[in-house]
Write a protein that binds this ligand. Structure first.
Ligand SMILES: Nc1ncnc2c1ncn2[C@@H]1O[C@H](COP(=O)(O)OP(=O)(O)OP(=O)(O)O)[C@@H](O)[C@H]1O
Ligand SMILES: [Mg+2]
Length: 313
């Protein structure tokens, strides 16, 4: 069974705003799916539809075969959600907040305490466990919200901008935790973010949303193929044959102590590399280094949104 399914899912708000337009997607269990898009694209609305906080105008969605609109309490029992503005209690400590939510999920008190302690530790909040939430910084609140979302060991986790208020070190820690959840426990993660660099570290597949529509979905490799970006091959070599110098030719960087010159060219697939290397060696060239530079998720994202603007998608 797929973990999350969206079928022509659509949401038009009462004022007429079409926030989500006929999105179809299917996520397997254990996937870390990066849902990427600019401000106002419809990411949070989609998460709210998947959690039963909003009902679709058209289309359907399911989480582990359950309908968020018809049986939200069943969906909540198997899923955890970290929203942009998580509601927690300022006059209770971090530890008490977690115990409170453990109680709501029917976790026995002793088990709830153990779970809370271990999550506080994992998210580096043990020192602040007994502070009232009012004294928490934004990043600490963010991490406590994540602990809250995980308290009942959900099989599906919805994360709306989980690293937005975090410093790079905490963001890395949260990323590590997410990777672990998916890798070791098979948790499915639906992650909304603008932080493409962090997304690239943990996501196994992506969906790009803009103005409510899904522009593209797939692995980084699949998305790269859609934008036709190819990769850049850089070969540092000595005695590069004269006939190859017609391709973008860059002199070796002086003062670096590297031998030879750098030959740069665009390639469409890795299969082209052996032939290029053979032709340099065959013509008496000396190869010191071969490097393939693939476009980052950010480059792909901008190419796809650009294509959309130009009406090519
Ligand atoms: N309750 C609402 N009533 C009317 N319009 C809404 C409502 N909630 C969201 N919208 C609109 O729907 C669109 C999508 O909003 P949404 O919050 O889903 O975007 P987002 O992708 O999460 O953006 P961000 O990156 O800024 O969080 C926006 O144009 C927003 O103004
Ligand atoms: Mg949002």
């Amino acid at each position: 069974m797929s973990a999350i399914v969206l079928e022509r899912l659509s949401k038009t708000f009462p004022g007429g705003k079409e926030a989500v337009k006929e999105i179809s997607l299917s996520l397997e269990q254990g996937e870390v799916f990066g849902f990427l898009g600019p401000n106002g694209a419809g990411k949070t609305t989609t998460v709210k539809l998947l959690n039963g906080m909003l009902t679709p105008t058209l289309g359907t969605c399911s989480v582990l075969g359950l309908s968020p609109a018809r049986e939200p309490e069943k969906v909540h029992a198997v899923s955890g959600v970290l929203t942009e503005h998580a509601q927690m209690y300022d006059n209770m400590t971090g530890f008490e907040n977690l115990l409170f939510y453990a109680g709501i999920f029917g976790i026995p008190e002793e088990e709830g305490k153990k779970r809370a302690v271990s999550l506080l530790e994992e998210l580096e909040l043990n020192e602040a466990a007994d502070w009232k939430l009012a004294a928490y910084s934004t990043g600490m609140r963010q991490r406590l919200s994540l602990a809250r979302a995980l308290i009942h060991r959900p099989k599906v986790l919805f994360l709306d901008e989980p690293t937005s208020g975090l410093d790079p070190e905490s963001a890395q820690r949260v990323n590590g935790l997410i990777r672990n959840l998916a890798g070791k426990q098979g948790t499915t993660v639906f992650l909304c973010t603008h932080q493409l660099r962090y997304a690239q570290e943990i996501c196994t597949r992506y969906g790009l949303i803009d103005e409510g529509s899904l522009l593209a979905a797939g692995t980084q490799e699949e998305l790269r193929a859609k934008v036709d970006a190819g990769a850049e091959l850089r070969i540092r070599a000595g005695n590069i044959p004269e006939e190859m110098k017609c391709i973008e030719y860059v002199e070796g960087e002086k003062g670096k102590g590297d031998y030879g010159s750098v030959l740069c060219m665009k390639i469409r697939s890795e299969e082209e590399i052996p032939q290029i290397v053979r032709s340099i060696v065959g013509a008496g060239g000396d190869i010191y280094e071969v490097e393939v530079k693939r476009p980052a998720l950010e480059d792909i994202y901008f190419s796809l949104t650009e294509k959309k603007k130009e009406g090519q998608l």
